[in-house]
Each structure stands twice: as structure tokens, then as C-alpha cells.
Design a protein around this ligand. Structure first.
Ligand code: MEV
Length: 437
């Protein structure tokens, strides 16, 4: 049985790998070689990646691809995408091309407010807390002056503070709701630093507030943290065209539009469908979030909470046909940054921003919403026409061929053959078997 280890983070990388091999790796020499194979030859670059987290042993590659032809508000973009799912970039590119010929994507940022809370216990008289809050509010603001200085100089900072009484739901539970403008930064560090400082001031000032005479009635801060639920940091993206313009050689425009709208209505009504529908949207959003070094867990958490804001989980996209015009749109809460965090550290992230023509945070929000809308369009279009497996398995073909260790020549023959034939694991196996005979 393996034993716990102490002081692990202090060991060198070689010692960590050695420990891992002894304790957890059966085929230790091969496995260690795999870890080493993914080291970067450039020692400085490797060190940069080592320092991102604790106990780095190696690097984990994901493909960094590009989806061109995105016409957004009249300007052409190529979207950098990082994903492991074989059909995502192809689907985004197809949707981009489709809408390129139909006016492209229109976007707008609705709001950019972020928020955080100081959660605290208070078992005294609610009125006295309200009075205290009014007294302490300016002092809370003043206490973050130095933290806020740079952000304020750029036009951002703390916007407002309000007291929220939740004691009717959880005995003694109150919080201070703080709102922020963090401009081009995602703002997590800034918001958390502000909140922790204000929480400290709040507790300190409470001790001098004479109405809270007894120690038992002093408010006690439980925790201070930003919220990843950002429904006041909202962006919208839209495509629209006359239904006849949707006609392609595979389907007739009106019929397609009606079926498409119906599919969206189903995703709005039925949570089981909505979850998969929104997962497809996040295929696009996350890929660009990752490429730009943003926090995809934060984005995911916020987006799904937003999808459930009306007490049931529903579609993030909407569609309608009005007076012969098909309109398809998305509204997403997105707290992302173009400065700070990994954005200026990871060389590929910097490159992603260059590809995107150095957007500010608002423009990045718009691009992300477009990535989500395009991905959803591609998925729903396949679902209501050919089904998704045809395209999906075509893209997955290369993975199967690699799994079966196909040579370059075999791959070429297989790609050719499966242009006309349905892809499945067994079909590829028997194709290769025949070829190899
Ligand atoms: C697969 O990653 C995503 C889809 O399932 C999305 C959808 O069903 O809308 C194709």
C-alpha cells in the first residue's frame, strides 16, 4: 500500500517523478519517458509552464486550431480554438461560412458589471444592522483606496455596496453585495482583494459601534468572495436573414427554419434537451475561452446558472420567424479578461489575442458569444437535417485511424473511401483489414 508523502512540493521535478514512478507507475520506465517526451526543449518556456501550477511534471497538449470567416459587425475574424473534440472547429468554420454569405453576426454588450459578497452572521436586531451598514459604508469604500487606485484611474473600481438580509431563509445570515467595473480584467483578484479588505474593516468597525454592545451581537464574517454568477455582465449575438436565404441544395429554407425554431423551442421547454443543447454552445465558447487563457470553469458555472435563472434549466439561444425573417440569437453572461492572469503569460494566449486583433474585454465577450451561437447553429442544423453522426464520425475518422495505427497511405485511402461510406469503428477496422490483406 502506498504511504502518504510530506513536503512533496519542495522536491525537485526529478524527485517528484521518481516518487511517482516508485509509488504509482507499473511500467515505470515507459511512463516516465512519456512525461519527459512532453517537456519543451526551450528551458525558459518549460519553466514558465512549470510555474503556472504546483508540482508540474509535464505538459498536456490540446490542439490549438483556427476557424476562419467569422464576419462580426462587418469585420472578418478568425477564431483561435483549443479543444479536444474533433468536430468543433469544423462545425464553427461551417457556420461562419454559412453566415458570411448571409450578413454575418451582429453583437452588442448589454452590461459589464461584476459582483462579489461578504457573507456574515448577525444575530442582533436587523434595524441596528441597517443603521450600522449606512455608517460603515463610506469607511468600507475608503479602506480599499490603495487597492482600487489603478483600477479607478482607468475608469473602473467599486460601484456600489448594499446590505442583503437573508435571515428569513438561513437564521442569522446576511451579506454585503458589492458591484464592480473591472474593465479589461476578468477582475477576480481585484474583487477578492477589495472584498477581503472591506470584510476586515467591517468587523473592526463593528466593535466600535455602540449599538452592538455585547460581543455576541457583533457581526462575524464567514467568507468574502466574488460571484461567478454575472447576469449583469451580459452580451448578445445574433444572426438573421430571410427564410428563403436559408435554402441550400440539401433543404428548403422555410421548412428548415420552422424545424430549427421548433428545436430551439424544445430546448427552451425541456431541461434534458437544454443541457445538451447548451453543452454544444459551450463547445464553441470554451474553445475560445481556453485559447485566450481565460477561466473556463468560471464561465461554465456562470453560464449554466444563467440558463437556470427562471427556476428551470433552459436554452441559452432563441429563434423566431417573423414576417419571413429568421432570427437566431444568444445572450450570455461572461466575465472574461484580455489583461491579467494567463493572458499575457502564455505565449499561445498572446498569439490568440493577436489573431483576434487585440480585442478589449467587451470585444472578447462578443467574439465568445458568436462562437457559442455559431456552434449551436451548426449542431442544431445537423440535428434537424442529416443528424450529427455523419459529420461527427467523419471528423472522428482520423482518431480511429490513429488508434488502429494506420499508415499515411492507409489514411489517405480510408479518407477517400469514407467520403461515400458511413464511418463506424467496425467499418474502419474491416476496411483496414481488407487493405492490409
Ligand atoms: C456534441 O458535443 C454537442 C451536441 O450534442 C450539441 C447538441 O446536441 O446540440 C451536438
Amino acid at each position: 500500500m502506498n504511504q502518504p508523502v510530506s513536503g512533496f512540493s519542495k522536491k525537485t521535478k526529478a524527485e517528484k517523478i521518481d516518487w511517482l514512478a516508485k509509488n504509482y507507475l507499473q511500467s515505470n520506465s515507459d511512463s516516465v519517458q512519456i512525461l519527459k517526451k512532453y517537456w519543451n526543449e526551450d528551458a525558459q518556456l518549460q519553466q514558465l509552464h512549470d510555474d503556472f501550477i504546483e508540482n508540474t511534471l509535464s505538459n498536456y497538449y490540446l490542439p490549438f486550431g483556427i476557424a476562419p470567416n467569422f464576419l462580426i459587425n462587418g469585420e472578418l475574424f478568425a477564431l483561435p480554438m483549443v479543444t479536444e473534440e474533433s468536430s468543433v472547429v469544423a462545425a464553427a468554420s461551417n457556420a461562419a461560412k454559412f453566415w458570411l454569405e448571409r450578413g454575418g453576426f451582429k453583437t452588442s454588450v448589454i452590461s459589464t458589471e461584476k459582483n462579489g459578497q461578504i457573507h456574515f452572521n448577525f444575530y442582533g436586531d436587523e434595524k441596528s444592522m441597517e443603521t450600522f451598514f449606512e455608517v460603515v459604508k463610506p469607511k468600507l469604500r475608503n479602506s480599499i483606496e490603495s487597492i482600487e487606485k489603478n483600477m479607478k484611474a482607468r475608469g473602473g473600481g467599486l460601484l456600489d455596496l448594499s446590505l442583503v438580509d437573508k435571515s428569513h431563509i438561513l437564521e442569522g445570515y446576511f451579506y454585503i453585495h458589492a458591484t464592480f467595473e473591472t474593465l479589461d480584467a476578468m477582475g477576480a483578484n481585484f474583487i477578492n482583494s477589495c472584498l477581503e479588505q472591506m470584510a476586515h474593516t467591517f468587523e473592526e468597525e463593528a466593535q466600535n459601534f455602540e449599538t452592538f454592545q455585547k460581543k455576541e451581537t457583533y457581526p462575524e464574517v464567514v467568507m468574502s468572495i466574488l460571484s461567478n454568477y454575472v447576469p449583469e455582465c451580459l452580451v448578445r449575438a445574433e444572426v438573421s436573414c430571410k427564410v428563403e436565404e436559408l435554402t441550400t441544395k440539401h433543404y428548403e429554407g422555410r421548412q428548415f427554419a420552422e424545424k430549427f425554431v421548433r428545436a430551439i423551442e424544445i430546448a427552451k421547454t425541456e431541461s434534458r434537451r437544454a443541457v445538451t443543447h447548451n453543452k454544444g454552445i459551450m463547445n464553441g465558447v470554451d474553445a475560445v475561452v481556453l485559447a485566450t487563457g481565460n477561466d473556463f470553469r468560471a464561465v461554465e458555472a456562470g453560464v449554466h446558472a444563467y440558463a437556470a435563472r427562471n427556476s428551470y434549466y433552459s436554452s441559452l439561444t432563441h429563434a423566431k420567424i417573423e414576417e419571413g425573417v429568421f432570427t437566431f440569437w444568444i445572450e450570455l453572461p461572461l466575465a472574461v479578461g484580455t489583461i491579467g492572469g494567463l493572458t499575457s503569460l502564455h505565449p499561445l494566449t498572446k498569439l490568440a489575442f493577436e489573431i483576434l486583433q487585440k480585442p478589449d474585454a467587451k470585444q472578447l465577450m462578443e467574439i465568445l458569444a458568436v462562437a457559442g451561437l455559431a456552434q449551436n447553429f451548426a449542431a442544431v442544423r445537423s440535428l434537424v437535417t442529416t443528424g450529427i453522426q455523419k459529420g461527427h464520425m467523419k471528423m472522428h475518422l482520423m482518431n480511429i485511424l490513429n488508434q488502429l495505427k494506420a499508415t499515411k497511405e492507409e489514411k489517405e485511402k480510408a479518407m477517400d473511401y469514407f467520403k461515400e461510406n458511413a464511418v463506424s469503428h467496425s467499418a474502419v477496422v474491416s476496411f483496414l483489414e481488407k487493405l492490409r490483406k
